[in-house]
Write a protein of this length. Sequence first.
Length: 302
Amino acid sequence: MNADEPARRCGLVAIVGRPNVGKSTLLNALVGQKVSITSRKPQTTRHRITGIRTTGTTQFIFADTPGFQARDGGRGRGAMNRTLNRTVLASLADVDVVLFVVEAGRFGLDDAKVLALLPEHKPVLLIANKLDAVMRRSELAPWLKNMQERRNFTEFVPMSARRPADVQRLLAIIEPYLPEQDWLFEAEALTDRSERFLASEIIREKLFRLTGDELPYVSTVVIDRFHEEGGLRRITATIVVERDAHKAIVIGAGGERLKRIGSEARRDLESLLEAKVFLELWVKVRSGWAEDEARLRSYGYE
């Protein structure tokens, strides 16, 4: 870098909060493209997803984490929730800035338990997300006073992750807290995750979106084959469920639901990978997989 050029900045920013506060939507907005899946189902994000945004002389490296599980979660969730929580804590160990995401005007026990985990000696920005859902803005003043009594937050950012102007404002607020150092990724990079991983995540998003509340939380997607042939990607994936009844839900009458999951996933994958995609989906029953630590690791859970 030329001595006359402005100093580059680069740093790691953790996005943390309880489930369903909009962390993945915020990550996608900050990166400028979809790298983390979203759905109404709690705990959609199960891995640490890294998104990268390079603008001007600054490279932002964002880590979207699973929502911290304050409770064990009952049958079929204990081992998985412990794994997810380890991912959250590991993400906080080496970051430069923490974005603590809550819903504007709301703060419950689960939020408080996440707040208690945050490092004391790092900048923590309070992100009051979903501001567009607040009916009376006047109610935010006493709420903010209460939040400031809980911790001396470095910054308070009321926003909606769906408003581009709010996202640009947040990037400008974060930038001074990143250290002056060279970038860790190429300027065009969007994520450090592989195409294979992104394929499994997009299929899982369509699975959750198209089954709604019918399909339990304990379901996942495993990529069996990912083969690149020039401008074509051949992908074979298995949707893993706990029971035969869940398998029937995923397949749907006459196989229509599974066909739709595949069709919508293929469309998103072709857009993301900028390639033609041939996608083959299977559904298998693996009872108790989410309580089996070894199987969790084999399915890619850290």
